[in-house]
Structure formats: structure tokens, C-alpha cells
Ligand binder design. Structure first.
Ligand code: IVH
Length: 692
């Protein structure tokens, strides 16, 4: 690989890994499996070794992922006394032997190891003072962590007070730290997800995410209710006579800490391999999730000699198990149509136990994957759990194929509405093009309309499902015509729920116009485009009637978005919905104050802003809008002024001149909006109030 390709790939990998870290540690909702993540990290490590000068300190290979979310300031943060590191890991026994050879070179006698299960939960650091729990911190970014003491005190396994001295040979130090893993047992996890499913809330993908998400809840009562568990595995403190990790574990368990009994003191690599092989199978019977084995140098003095890298100790490593697989029979295939119209084939399986839960359904990805593996009805298939909620079918056991099994026929028509499916070139999935009339797509749009960043109406998938299937609403506009009696037939629903729903629908009438435009779910119109459309067109009526040409004059809007907006408003079904929205009394326009209007000096004037100014170009554009003007992206007959800073391209200036458009500079512009007198002094009386 040449250098410039490496630069690009490294950037790509770093971005991807940082985003996956955020999904994993902050959102607790990863969308790739640990194995896939580790492959990306491995690729980055290799590239950084090939091009050492391209490796920076902020690389995901050198820093641990952070669980601190910048938007979430609900917890106090405290620095860790000792950095909270991660572990190097491997999926290969050969690499494990290399780890052993490295530690052996540093030691002057045979190295002893402690093998423990790698518990799949979230790390916790506990400080005890005078035998009482003083503080509990999450790993955070490894240097500072969130203070979750209030929540940790509600986890039964974690002692608030240690056992009295006499019960132990080793008195605990006045102050010490102990670290471990907070986990959610499979049983609590299944219960929690079942409840969430009932309420139509998003499910946790795995017990790890559920544990990490629960630990960061604001309600300690809810934390207690969800029955988390904990095991401690790392004592940091000085106790005379305790010179190995093994002894430390025995000691802390006498003090009353929960320590996993599944550990072994190993004197050679055979014993380590035995431990790995045993748990690779036996973990299937454990009530908690494990994803590997941690192998730690036993002697504290050798640990100190080996030291650590920026990210992980050199005296320990993790051997990770590949995702667990199970074999079971493929009974039938359902096709799920998502809210975007994408079709996913889902396998119905003979129930089988996999990583602690019974699996009955699994994803078959798409038509290509089914063809690639030649998966047929009646086959015995391999099922695997990745980071996702739904397991995947990853292969077929060909020798056990029933004789009469026929090649799989993929569907041609939408199972929900019967429309002929389409498939875009380069896309793996088929989709139903009947965007406006296909039920899951309609329900998806209603959910989107109600979502937090849109109209923020209480609800969720389950509620929308009921409202739609019972014919109570057919589109988002119907929400504004709901009356209490219409909700009588809803299941798991009471008077209080009705009140809450109607109240939140009423409150949504005050939603800013740009969020309403976003809520409409016009394809390709995200939050940013919606903001632009709101400030430029100011009313639904104006946007609805805007010709494509006016739409594309804005820098933010390309041909694709413009024609999508046009198609949307021309659709008869949407027109019916819009009529209802007009009748509902929603303002459907930018309310006074939403654009912070400062004056009307530029009312009716259209600007193109180009070049560099003493303020940023965005600020200049905002100034135009604050004074009632509009900003277009290209010089055309509709433009009144080219607001030109330094470095405006000569072709733009020439074009403007040729079209008779007036070019003005920054100072003239300030005069125009009344910020400067024509002599260049500030108008005292008209100074714009706190512009930025
Ligand atoms: S020892 C400095 N032991 O795995 C050594 N970690 O992928 C610290 N983990 O951050 C870790 N089980 O959250 C250790 N028996 C065990 C573990 C364990 C699970 C977690 C821990 C760590 C992560 C690294």
C-alpha cells in the first residue's frame, strides 16, 4: 500500500472506529459485532506499524473508548487515581503463545498466570474508605469517569460495608480501589427486553449494553429493579504479604467482595489452553455473558516490570471467543418490510439455545446472501449472535440437507401491499417502491412525525401499530383530530395514557416550523435542510408552491432534494394530509421571532454571498436573513446583490456585472443594514442588538 492510500484508509478507519466507540460506549447500541470491530482495529494497528509517523496519540489504537457523553451532564465526573485501561486481545492461540514468550523474556523464572472469564458487562471502579463504599466511577475515557455511586449502592452484589476485620487474616487498608465488571444476567436481560417490547421501546442488543445503559439511568429505583450483578477482578492497594493477583482475589473475596469462582492458577501454557477450551463450550451454560478469557501475570512484581502501554497493560491479555454458533432447522422465511421500504428476509427456526437465550428467528440479510450460501427451506443452518439483537444465519450444514430441498425462491412482490419489488443497482436489499401506501412505510412516517427531534409526541412503535391497525389514524395529521373516546379500544391503555397522549399532541402545536418540516418526512430532507427551508420559505404554503428552480437556488439544496420535495407535494395522498393539517389549526409557518428578525431593511432582496469576510460566511448569510433578505447560492436573474468579500472568484464577479447585478462589499453591506453610517462610523442608535 502506498502512503497516500494509507493516509486515506487510516482516516477512514479512525472515523469509523470512533463512531463505533460512541455507539458502543455512549449510546449502548452498537451496530457491528465485537469481532467486526476488532478486525477494523487490527487493520488500523497494522497500518500504523507500516507507517509509524501516521500514528497519532488520538488514534483509537492508543486510547480507550469513552463512555462519557458530552450531552449528558447528569453525573459528576472525577479523575481516576490510576488510569483505567483496556486489554489487548486476540482470537488466536498462536498470538497467545507470543504473549507468553514476551512475558517469559522479562521474567527470571517460569511465569505463572491467572486465567479468568472475561465478563461481558461494563467496567466499574470502586473506592473504599474505612471499609465503606466511598465512590463508584465508570471507566469514562480512562482518565476521568462518571460518578455513579448512587446507582451502584442499589446493586445487591456490591457491599456498601465490608465484613468485620476478624473474619480475615488480612485487614483492609484504610483506603483502596477495586475494579470489576457490572453485568446483567441473561434472565434479567430477557425480562427487561420483553417489557421494552411491550412498551414499543427500542430493545437492548445484548446484556452488556443493557448493563451499561442501566448504570447510567437517572432513577436509582429503576437500577435496583433491573437486578444488575457484579464481579470484582482487580485490587489496587498495598497489603503486606499479598504479592500476587491470585492471593489478592482470595483476600478480597474474604472481605465480602463477589469474585468469580471460575478462575485458575496456571503454571504452563497447556493449563491455559485447557481453561480456554473448557470455557469455549461451557460458557453456553453460564447464566451470564462472557466473551473470552483474561490471562494475567500472577506476580505483582513481574506486572510492575512489564508495565503498560497507553491503552493496556503488558501483563495481561484477553483471548476472545468467536461468536457462539448453534445449528437448527430452517422452518420458513418471513419478509419484513421496514419503514423505508427495505425488505429483510427473516428465518423462522426450530427454537435453539444460543448464548443464554432461545433463538427462534434470525436474519437472512438479503437475496444475495441466501443465494451465496444456497440456503433452502428445511436445511440445518448455522446461527450466530453478533452485536445485534437479532442473530444471523451464517451458513448451511450441507450433508444434512433433506433430499427434496429446492433452491430458495426470493419474493418478487411486497408481502405487505403486493407491489412489485425493486432493487437499485449496487444495493443489496430489495425495496417496496409504494412509499405512500405500503402500511409499514405509512406507520414508519407516523412514528417519524412523532419522534423526539420532530414533533416530540409521546408514543412509540406499539402505539402507532395499534392506532393504525384499528383505523384510528391513517396519517400524522389525524393525530390532531383524536378525541378521548377514540382511544377506548386500545390495549394496555388507560385514562391517564389518553390524557398524556392528548396533552403531548397539544404541546406539539408549538413546535418550531423547521421541526415540523423535518417531521413531514420528505425524503432526503434532514434536520439541516429543514432549517434552511423554514427560514427561506417561512410557510408551508410558500414551500409547497416553490418551483424547482427556486429550490435549487439555495446552496443547501441539490437537484435530488429539490425534486424529492416537488414529488412530495404533488402526491395526492400527501395533499389530503396537508389539507387536514391546515384544518387542524397548526400554524404551519415560521412564527415571529423564530428567525430573530432584526429589521426589514433587506425585505424582498435576494443575495448571493461569496468570498471571505471579517465574519464567517455563515454569519454573513444569517445577517442577510435577520434583516429580511434571502440567500441564494448561484448568480441568476433573481439576484439583487452579490455580497462579495475578499477572494470572490472573478467569473462570479464578471457574471454578476454582465447581468447587471449590483456587487457590494462588506462595508457597504453594513451600511445597507444600518450597522454603519455611510462614513463608516457605527450608528449608536441602531447598533444591532447582540447579533452573534
Ligand atoms: S482486567 C488492567 N479482568 O474487559 C486490566 N478485565 O476489554 C483491567 N473485563 O476494561 C482489566 N472481565 O472491563 C479484567 N476478568 C476480567 C475481565 C475484564 C471483563 C473487561 C474490563 C476491561 C475490558 C477490556
Amino acid at each position: 500500500m502506498n502512503r497516500s492510500t494509507a493516509v486515506a484508509r487510516i482516516r477512514e478507519l479512525k472515523d469509523a472506529l470512533n463512531e463505533h466507540n460512541r455507539k458502543y460506549y455512549v449510546l449502548n447500541a452498537p451496530d457491528i459485532s465485537d469481532f467486526e470491530y476488532d478486525l477494523l482495529l487490527q487493520e488500523l494497528t497494522t497500518l500504523e506499524k507500516m507507517f509509524p509517523d501516521l500514528a497519532s496519540d488520538d488514534s483509537p489504537t492508543r486510547k480507550v473508548g469513552s463512555d462519557i457523553s458530552p450531552e449528558n451532564n447528569a453525573f459528576l465526573q472525577f479523575p481516576h487515581k490510576h488510569p483505567m485501561l483496556s486489554l489487548s486481545n486476540t482470537y488466536s492461540k498462536d498470538e497467545l503463545l507470543e504473549f507468553h514468550n514476551r512475558t517469559g523474556k522479562t521474567a527470571d523464572q517460569p511465569v505463572e498466570y491467572v486465567c479468568e472469564l472475561k465478563l461481558d458487562g461494563t467496567a466499574i471502579c470502586l473506592t473504599y474508605k474505612n471499609g465503606h463504599l466511598f465512590r463508584a466511577l465508570t471507566r469514562g475515557d480512562g482518565t476521568i469517569g462518571d460518578d455513579v455511586t448512587r446507582n451502584v449502592l442499589r446493586i445487591k452484589a456490591i457491599p456498601e460495608k465490608l465484613k468485620p476485620f476478624s473474619a480475615s487474616d488480612f485487614p483492609y487498608p484504610q483506603e483502596f480501589e477495586i475494579r470489576g465488571e457490572i453485568i446483567m444476567p441473561f434472565s434479567s436481560f430477557s425480562e427487561l427486553n420483553a417489557e421494552k417490547e411491550k412498551k414499543g421501546e427500542p430493545l437492548f442488543a445484548n446484556p452488556r449494553n443493557a448493563a451499561a445503559g442501566t448504570l447510567k439511568l437517572l432513577s436509582a429505583d429503576e437500577v435496583e429493579r433491573r437486578s444488575l450483578d457484579c464481579y470484582l477482578y482487580h485490587f489496587i492497594g498495598n497489603v503486606p504479604g499479598i504479592d500476587t493477583h491470585w492471593k489478592a482475589l482470595e483476600m478480597v473475596s474474604q472481605w465480602g467482595f463477589p469474585v468469580s469462582e471460575h478462575r485458575r492458577l496456571c503454571h504452563n501454557t497447556e493449563q491455559i489452553m485447557d481453561f480456554l477450551d473448557h470455557w469455549d463450550k461451557a460458557r453456553a451454560d453460564l447464566p451470564i455473558a462472557t466473551d473470552g478469557v483474561v490471562i494475567k501475570v500472577n506476580s505483582f512484581s513481574l506486572q510492575r516490570t512489564l508495565g503498560m502501554t497507553a491503552k493496556s497493560p503488558r501483563w495481561a491479555t484477553a483471548y476472545k471467543f468467536k461468536a457462539e454458533q448453534a445449528v437448527t432447522r430452517l422452518l420458513s422465511v418471513d419478509f419484513q418490510v421496514g419503514r423505508t421500504g427495505a425488505v429483510t428476509p427473516v428465518a423462522n427456526l426450530e427454537p435453539v439455545l444460543l448464548s443464554g437465550t432461545t433463538v427462534k428467528r434470525a436474519s437472512l440479510h438479503n437475496a444475495d446472501q441466501i443465494a451465496l450460501h444456497d440456503i433452502r427451506l428445511g436445511d440445518m443452518v448455522y446461527v450466530e449472535k453478533g452485536g445485534e439483537i437479532i442473530p444471523k444465519v451464517v451458513g448451511v450444514d450441507l450433508p444434512s440437507r433433506p433430499q427434496n430441498a429446492l433452491p430458495f425462491q426470493y419474493i418478487t412482490h411486497c408481502p405487505e401491499c403486493g407491489t412489485l419489488l425493486e432493487r437499485d443497482p449496487g444495493e443489496a436489499k430489495h425495496f417496496c417502491p409504494n412509499r405512500w401506501e405500503c402500511p409499514p412505510q405509512i406507520k414508519g412516517r407516523i412514528e417519524h412525525f412523532m419522534s423526539r427531534k420532530a414533533m416530540n409526541i409521546l408514543g412509540g412503535e406499539a402505539l402507532v401499530e395499534q392506532l393504525y391497525s384499528k383505523d384510528i389514524i391513517k396519517d400524522p395529521a389525524d393525530l390532531y383530530f383524536l378525541e378521548p373516546h377514540m382511544l377506548d379500544t386500545l390495549e394496555n391503555w388507560g385514562e391517564k395514557s389518553t390524557q398524556n397522549l392528548l396533552r403531548s399532541i397539544e404541546a406539539s402545536r408549538n413546535t418550531p416550523f423547521h421541526r415540523f418540516l423535518y417531521a413531514l418526512g420528505i425524503p432526503f430532507v434532514g434536520e439541516t435542510t429543514a432549517k434552511y427551508l423554514a427560514s427561506h420559505f417561512e410557510s408551508l404554503q410558500a414551500l409547497k408552491n416553490a418551483p424547482v428552480q427556486e429550490l435549487t437556488e439555495a446552496q443547501e439544496i441539490g437537484e435530488k432534494i429539490a425534486s424529492s420535495i416537488r414529488d412530495f407535494f404533488e402526491n395526492p395522498r400527501i395533499q389530503v394530509m396537508l389539507e387536514k393539517l391546515y384544518a387542524s389549526g397548526l400554524p404551519l409557518r415560521q412564527e415571529e421571532g423564530e428567525t430573530e428578525r432584526v429589521s426589514n431593511r433587506l425585505e424582498g432582496k435576494q443575495f448571493v454571498v461569496s468570498g471571505t469576510f471579517s465574519r464567517s460566511r455563515e454569519e454573513m448569510k444569517k445577517l442577510v436573513q435577520m434583516h429580511g433578505g434571502k440567500v441564494l447560492s448561484a448568480v441568476s436573474g433573481n439576484v439583487d446583490f452579490l455580497l462579495s468579500g475578499e477572494k470572490t472568484g472573478p467569473s462570479k464577479l464578471q457574471k454578476a456585472a454582465a447581468m447587471g447585478i449590483k456587487t457590494i462589499g462588506e462595508t457597504d453591506f453594513y451600511v445597507l443594514i444600518g450597522e454603519l453610517s455611510p462614513e463608516g462610523t457605527l450608528f449608536e442608535s441602531e447598533k444591532s442588538p447582540t447579533l452573534f
